[in-house]
Design a protein around this ligand. Structure first.
Ligand code: PLP
Length: 402
């Protein structure tokens, strides 16, 4: 672990404990170097120029696409659309697929534990098309029972569900839910923002129709995201954004569009971001998901054990640390999460406090806000102990007796 941490310049500041990895992760030097190399050697507009630099920029961008395709087990690179982030990917699917194929009276199934990014686009489609949002209610551990999943029925057109909740961390069996969606003639949109950084993903094996994630949560840069879609679906979908680079031919009155995936990538693309994401994938694959999972489970178990010894702390979700994907959401009785976060910040401990862009889940959990500590493989046991020590004094700092 000491060796791996050396790859992350920001983690060399031992004073800080960074437990907000579900919000964004840190970047190893391999990622920033790859981006710097791109910027300092071939930076020019990909796909536009017929000169060497532009051709090299195009090659770097398309190689990154091929790398992402392999990383998630897509059939071909044409099924990978680069976006800004998971949110834009979900909007792309809703605006394009949703508006074209959802009709009045249809149902869109979403889960109560979704991030707002996988709720609001579907609210928009439902409102515009006269469709109905059907909610899957989760159990307190964040799982979905077969009775809830039976809400996926013949009227369902879209099932929008996260593979891992950003609040409860509970991983879902996307393959099983995809099968239910397909039996009913619906498509499944799987939000992998909290899954792709932590586990091996194979979109063909899970039979996901769409799968989205963000580069910045998996060691990559901010501003690059991925929207995977089965080619046969992408081909029949209208464009999301229009303009330069996504066309085949334009007249004064109309246009024909480029083939997928370029049909969905209007304007100048984030080529250095794609190069950074490709370097992040190389790094993750080098470390290996076996190690990543093992390390996260070990740290999560220790964290939950330490927290269980602190009075007045409630941890939400599954009792089993291996069902958290490194995410531990909690509250301290009588303490506002913002106060908890500020007190921890004074000890240089970074956690997230608030509704985590999951207000329907907060309403379901009957809380306004929670604290969330989220780990990644580069965190350490020592950090867990220091976090617990800091957490243990929060109530006292807020004026409660011991
Ligand atoms: C489950 C989930 N989906 C979607 C998103 C949105 O990601 P981004 O802000 O990178 O678009 C997040 C971000 O926290 C998330 O946790």
């Amino acid at each position: 672990m000491t060796d791996l941490r050396k790859d992350f310049p920001i983690l060399q500041d031992r004073d800080y404990i960074y437990f907000d990895n579900a919000a964004t992760s840190m970047r190893p030097v391999a990622v920033t170097d790859a981006m710097t190399r791109f910027n300092e050697t071939v930076n020019s507009n990909p796909m536009r120029g017929l000169y060497e630099w532009s051709i090299k920029a195009t090659d770097a961008y398309e190689s990154a696409r091929a790398k992402v395709a392999k990383f998630i087990g897509a059939k071909s690179a044409e099924e990978i659309i680069f976006t800004r982030n998971a949110t834009e990917s979900l909007n792309l699917i809703a605006y394009s697929y949703g508006r074209a194929f959802v009709e009045e009276g249809d149902e869109i199934v979403v889960s109560v534990s979704e991030h707002h990014s996988n709720i609001l686009p579907w609210q928009m489609v439902a409102r515009e098309k006269g469709a109905k949002l059907v909610w899957l209610e989760c159990a307190p551990d964040g799982s979905y029972s077969d009775e809830e999943l039976a809400k996926i029925g013949p009227r369902t057109k879209v099932v929008a569900i996260a593979q891992v909740s950003n609040v409860l961390g509970q991983p879902k069996d996307i393959k099983k839910i995809a099968a239910l969606a397909h039996e009913n003639g619906a498509v499944i949109v799987a939000d992998g923002a909290q899954a792709a950084p932590h586990m091996a993903v194979n979109v063909q094996e899970m039979d996901a129709d769409f799968y989205v994630f963000s580069g910045h949560k998996m060691l990559g840069p901010m501003g690059i995201g991925v929207c995977y879609g089965k080619k046969k679906l992408l081909e029949k979908m209208p464009p999301f954004l229009t303009g330069g680079e996504m066309i085949e031919y334009v007249t004064r009155e109309s246009a024909t569009y480029a083939e997928v995936p370029h049909k969905f990538e209007a304007g100048t693309v984030n080529a250095s971001g794609a190069v950074g994401l490709a370097a992040a994938i190389d790094y993750l694959e080098n470390v290996g998901f076996d190690f990543i999972t093992k390390q996260e489970e070990k740290l999560t178990a220790l964290l939950m054990d330490e927290m269980s010894r602190i009075p007045y702390v409630t941890v939400y979700g599954d009792k089993d640390p291996s069902k958290h994907c490194g995410i531990v959401t909690f509250n301290i009785e009588g303490c506002h999460p913002h106060d908890v976060s500020s007190i921890l910040d004074a000890d240089k401990v970074c956690i997230r406090a608030g509704h985590h862009c999951a207000q329907p889940l907060m309403q379901y959990m009957k809380v306004n806000a929670t604290c969330r500590a989220s780990l990644y493989f580069y965190n350490t046991e020592d950090e867990v102990f220091r976090f617990a020590k800091s957490l243990a004094k929060v109530r006292e700092e807020l004026g409660y007796g011991s």
